[in-house]
Design a protein around this ligand. Sequence first.
Ligand code: 9MJ
Length: 680
Amino acid sequence: MSSGDRLDSLREVIEQHNYQYYVLDAPQISDAEYDRLFAELQALEAEHPERLRADSPTQRVGGAPLPQFVPVAHATPMLSLSNAFADDEVAAFDHRVREGLAAEGEIAYSAEPKFDGLAVSLTYEMGVLRRGATRGDGTTGEDVTANLRTLRSIPLRLRGSGWPASIEVRGEVLIWRSDFARLNERQREKGEKEFVNPRNAAAGALRQLDPRITATRPLRFFAYGLGAIDGAGWPSSHSAWLDRLAGWGLPVAGERRRVSGLAGLLAYYQEIGGRRASLPYDIDGVVYKVDDLAAQARLGFVSRAPRFAIAHKFPAEEAVTELLEISIQVGRTGALTPVARLQPVFVGGVTVTSATLHNEDEIRRKDVRIGDVVVVRRAGDVIPEVVRVLLDQRPATARAFVMPQRCPVCASSVVRSVDEKGAAAVARCSGGLFCPAQRKQALLHFASRRAMDIEGLGDRLVEQLVDHDIVRTPADLYRLGLLALAHLERMADKSANNLLAAIEKSKRPTLARFIYALGIRNVGEATARELARQFGSLDRLLAADEAQLMQVPDVGPTVAQCIRQFFSEPHNLEVIAQLCAPGGVVPQESDAAAPADGVLAGKVVVLTGTLPSLTREAAGQMIIAAGGKLSASVSKKTDYVVAGAEAGSKLEKARQLGVEVIDQGRLLALLDTTREQPAR
Ligand code: 9MJ
């Protein structure tokens, strides 16, 4: 055999073994043998670079890291599913379906496990993988093709024949439990931070700009649906489509089943529930879909969820344990949150050692005392909470909790106020940035993904940086060097270098992100964006008085006062000056500018209620792209209120003030004018 022929045959053999291993779950060779074949292919390709092909198994791990992800508009929205928790909700679903279809007999459903991972879409053109995207907000995702190509369970080229010219396959990316255990073992060995659960690890891996990092994480894929497809004459049922996808070499859950009527659905739920612990991956329920595609189309959608499908979720896991102590966590704004320290207990896939108690009122309402036996619940990614106390097991020694008068971290006095919603009393440390706990939270906020996005600057690191007095303010981050980091625990050279690189990379934030990162009270992301847009530069924002600030949609007297207060504090001005010193952070001012010629240029728009098919994020993005400004509250400055289903007080206020109220259709019509203009 010539080396060229050997090359082609090796490619095929290796992809066949990928298929055997990842799709059929039936490996035929050892890992060592696989590695040997792979090395041989690499060597031959190095000898014959002219024979290198993009769909070679050696080319799954692509080239250089991306500067950023490119947004991808989904041709048809990636929907979310409505949830059912109890059998009668499933019965109501089946009833609605039968009614909607005027069906006489039982409905045929496709029943599937509900993977607890991340939804993605894969576009194949003439059988070749062209693009992979995250779900994002359902309307717009991010192009993560290079990352998804590294998953060996995703074919770069479909098997068999007869594929559509273009097809969008949708499914879930996840990490199997055994792979997750090994991944964390590896992290421990390297002295790096362990991942909390498979879902978080998968999400982090998918969002890596460097596909070489993604390639080191054991991600898998399962297909469960379709987006846009070219042509006609395709299968007429969902289950037949899943079989077709499996035939083309895509992994599809072996547990899928075609079942009939409500009894079939509930039996499937019981069966999968019983097998949940022995499945190799995490699921958080099962999904039922009307199998007939024409019937699906007739049933249609309600807002973002299809009427033809529902997720039947497993109950959130609960466990009983002892509440050992109630400690206090001090947040970024000084709010004191009581936290239950628990006898460690395994629940919902992780060992839980603490649970939130929210606030004093909550403790009183649930009558929680130190030493009690309590039920804790953990659902998905949500912070575990104490559900209730088992009063009949309360020991005589149980004691009531008393909120301290002084901050447990910095000993400043504690003041009480009513929270922003006026709902609960909040106890707050008055220490401000003198309090190390508030400093830590301020740093974490500064570095967070939606602010300066400094990857790797997490809890443990900030804890050490503040405790060792290496970092006092965000500006100190930009003065860090290898030497300062070398003394920290779990800080190998590589992690230190990665952190410094991430800090360096964060030096060009948009002005909006920078303002948000400062952590001014009551200035969230949306307000920060508006401030950036209105003032265009940090200097102009710093110089603005309260009256000028109140020109900005969303900014009323309270927020304006918070902003002024923040900027009149010498300490804050000093930190900003240090951050923006030569060689430091340069907020990107132009990003904030709105298109001055958009059809909504200068218009203030408020969104309220649920729109028929657009998510709030998508509608907001479209408005901003057309030059409009979004505001959270209706005032005389508002130009339009876009109202959807169940719009409440904002709609009322708009009517009172005589502000124009429009629906989604009218909004889209307005925006369409903008889109058509350049073409004319
Ligand atoms: C999961 N997560 O396993 C869907 N899903 O269908 C399955 N999700 C879905 N189907 C339409 N099996 C939207 C989402």
